[in-house]
Design a protein around this ligand. Structure first.
Ligand code: GLV
Length: 411
């Protein structure tokens, strides 16, 4: 070996293993490249959003026992993986409300989505449409029924709370029908607002006010604050201009709910909704077998087993734990959606194994929106879909009809 070759050898050895990636100049792509799962998106959102905003999204009621329990319920389940089953082709498609979807997930309604990103509901609806999944717009949305339809040719559902002013509710339902929303989702777990103690401590209001208390938070998160100031004010877009307060002045959510929501809501009102809405109805917030049976007897198309993401009654049962008993009681009369705690596609597969038709997820996409805007939501939905497919392959299931209680233990 010549002297030159001797000198070059170690350099060549290093060169053979070192690969410098081209520098990524797109900040969002850089951020997303480091996110391998929903928890990573949550960590980025936590850094980027003011603490009050992050805690409003992330937090739950009282001791947050139910909030934690919703996800824990999935972790307590183990798969019973079958091997040597030829999983060369895995089909993740499912039916929901009589229509196929690429994998069994609907995007849950979340209020005030624009606090996570200025495009808010428009960004989420566009991402959901690209993924072929239904997106549920909340009554407490910060984009209107019509504005969301204008950006999405996909499946849209409309969620209603019941305002004391029934005329306002009937008007919103009629607008959703006119804008070709597919299903009406009636949330029934919010007779009064749960006590979200993180919001209480921070004096969090909606829309967020940039007062003295939040000024420091705002200065520490300049990108978010500039976005808020640069865009049109955040309002309850679907009640804007009505007699109900539309968010032109900041208000605490509990004050707002106490003033506007009707705590006398009862099963009779569900019949009233039936007279207003000819499409499918989903009752969201069912937490017992008994109430699921009432919904089934009323001919409701789907129930969403939900404790509002642990934001209402603390120590409520987890949606996952309700799937098997509810499905056993109501059979296939009603579709069963598991809403709460979904952070991975494997959670969705576990819910299907227990007997659910599909899952709903809210926080997962809000974290993604707060972390990286619309592209974050795209990434989140792709990750969940990929997870479902990989999990199915690893448990030896080529389609979702073969995923059943024998696929898991602990349902
Ligand atoms: C609204 O639905 C909330 O849970 O804050």
């Amino acid at each position: 070996m010549t002297i030159i070759e001797k000198i070059r050898k170690p350099f060549d050895a290093v060169r053979s293993v070192v690969r410098f990636e081209p520098l990524e100049t797109d900040a969002v792509a850089r951020r997303l490249a480091r996110c391998a799962n929903v928890d990573d998106l949550r960590a980025v959102a936590r850094r980027r959003l003011p603490r009050g905003v992050f805690d409003y999204i992330d937090g739950g009621a009282e001791d947050e026992v139910t909030l934690a329990g919703n996800s824990q319920a999935f972790r307590d389940v183990t798969f019973q993986p079958r091997v040597l089953r030829d999983v060369g082709v895995v089909d993740t498609t499912a039916m929901l409300l009589g229509t196929p979807l690429p994998f069994p997930l609907a995007l849950a309604p979340t209020g005030f989505t624009r606090i996570a990103d200025p495009a808010g509901e428009l960004a989420v609806a566009r991402a959901a449409a690209r993924a072929g999944l239904p997106y549920t717009l909340s009554t407490m949305g910060t984009q209107s029924i019509e504005a969301v339809r204008a950006v999405s040719a996909g499946r849209l559902w409309f969620q209603v709370y019941v305002w004391r002013d029934r005329g306002l509710v009937a008007d919103m339902v009629a607008r959703a029908a006119a804008a070709d929303y597919e299903a009406l989702v009636i949330t029934v777990d919010t007779a009064v607002l749960g006590r979200r103690e993180r919001d209480v401590r921070r004096g969090f209001s909606l829309p967020p006010k940039i007062g003295l208390g939040t000024l420091v938070d705002g200065v520490l998160h300049p990108a978010w604050t500039l976005d808020l100031l640069r865009h049109e004010p955040i309002l309850f877009a679907n009640v804007a201009g009505s007699s109900a307060r539309d968010g032109t002045s900041a208000v605490s959510l509990s004050e707002y709910v106490a003033a506007q929501f009707d705590p006398s809501l009862s099963w009779r009102d569900v019949e009233w909704f039936r007279s207003l809405w000819s499409g499918p109805i989903v009752i969201k917030g069912i937490q017992t077998v008994e109430d699921a049976l009432i919904a089934a007897d009323l001919g409701i198309e789907a129930v969403a087993l939900s404790n509002h993401g642990g934001r209402q009654l603390d120590h409520a049962p987890t949606p996952f734990s309700l799937i098997a008993p509810v499905v056993d009681a109501i059979g296939d009369r009603v579709e069963v959606i598991c809403d709460g705690g979904v952070r991975r596609g494997s959670d969705i597969v576990k819910a299907i194994a227990a007997g659910a038709t599909a899952c709903m997820a809210g926080r997962a996409y809000l974290y993604a929106l707060g972390a990286a805007g619309e592209r974050g939501v795209d990434r989140c939905l792709t990750m969940l879909h990929d997870d479902v497919k990989r999990t199915m392959a690893l448990i030896g299931a080529t389609n979702l009809t073969s995923v059943d209680r024998s696929s898991i233990s602990g349902a």
